[in-house]
Design a protein around this ligand. Structure first.
Ligand code: RIB
Ligand code: CA
Length: 300
């Protein structure tokens, strides 16, 4: 599968990108960056550094939106650390981002690769801007898979999940274009609280990729020990990546309509179920099937 990854490259995004690089059935044709976990300048630096680390600077990187369409910046540096990678420093890279901004890059990649899969792992700002500038790109999207939303749960508020909360107008704009959307919401993520023993049991082959994977987990494990009194991590973006690669990892999918709460009240950023079937919401993912894809990171 030809895959375009749109990311606000935090720790879990980095793991998801490593899964894509490792999987034999995936050709990453481009990565677009957006502000989210950290500012887009840091996101782009993280992506370039990660690609250089695995000698994949051939993959084009397009620098994207610094802010949501309407609201001010929402960050998650508390969860991902100031540099977005839990303090993990990647070697400086000579790799350079492409000159075109991400919304243009997205449209160009789809024009050259009609039917490609677009996977958004952060706020949907770039995709909304791209489909606004290039409406014909809608027909060239093979699959749109998004990590985001919460059907019955949220993580920023009780009602809203970070990616959709950070730019709800962007999500609504994309929904209004009629794009069939496959969503891996927070509901599918919260059942997978992974301890270090769980991560060790995945069976990644020892090597520099496995070493980087565990270094990336250290910050989250330490933070959860401090905040919750027990060390665990969650893998929202890697779960979404696994589903994009193999929809068979899904244990339960709900067909539904979806609309975003755009008011300025308590419900802002909530993804609300409506009549309709535009959205496939992946409500649960099988852990063994997920681990089978995650394990391939060790082969990088
Ligand atoms: O709510 C989880 C999402 O927010 C993930 O994409 C994580 O990287 C953060 O962006
Ligand atoms: Ca993300």
């Amino acid at each position: 599968m030809k895959l375009i990854i749109d990311t606000d490259c935090g720790i879990d995004d980095a793991v998801a990108i490593m899964m894509a690089l490792a999987h034999p059935d995936v050709e990453v044709i481009g990565i677009t960056t957006v502000s989210g976990n950290v500012d887009v300048a840091q996101v782009t630096e993280n992506v370039l550094g990660l690609l250089a680390y695995f000698d994949r600077s051939d993959i084009p990187v397009y620098h994207g939106a610094s802010h949501a369409l309407l609201q001010g910046a929402v960050r998650a540096s508390g969860v991902h650390g100031d540099n977005g990678l839990g303090g993990v420093e990647l070697p400086p890279t000579s790799g350079a981002r492409r000159p075109e901004p991400a919304p243009v890059g997205l449209a160009e990649l789809l024009r050259a690769n009609p039917g490609a899969t677009v996977l958004t792992l952060g706020p949907m700002t770039n995709l909304a801007m791209s489909l606004n500038l290039f409406p014909d790109a809608v027909s060239r999207i093979g699959r749109l898979v998004a990590m985001g939303g919460g059907i019955d749960v949220g993580n920023v508020t009780r009602f809203a999940e970070f990616n959709f909360y950070a730019d709800p107008e962007a999500v609504q704009f994309v929904l209004d274009r009629g794009v069939p959307m496959e969503v891996v919401p927070w509901d599918a993520c919260i059942e997978h609280e992974l301890s270090r023993d769980d991560l060790s049991a995945v069976g990644l082959r020892d090597g520099r990729a496995s070493e980087l994977f565990f270094r990336l987990q250290d910050f989250v494990l330490a933070r959860s020990q401090h905040v919750y009194g027990r060390p665990f991590t969650r893998h929202p973006d890697p779960l979404a990546m696994a589903y994009a690669i193999n929809p068979g990892v899904a244990a339960q999918i709900r067909r539904t309509g979806l609309t975003m709460e755009l008011g300025n009240g308590t419900l802002r950023g909530a993804s609300v179920r409506t009549d309709g079937e535009q959205v496939r919401a992946v409500m649960s993912i099988r852990r063994d099937a997920y681990f089978a894809i995650l394990r391939r990171i060790g082969d990088l």
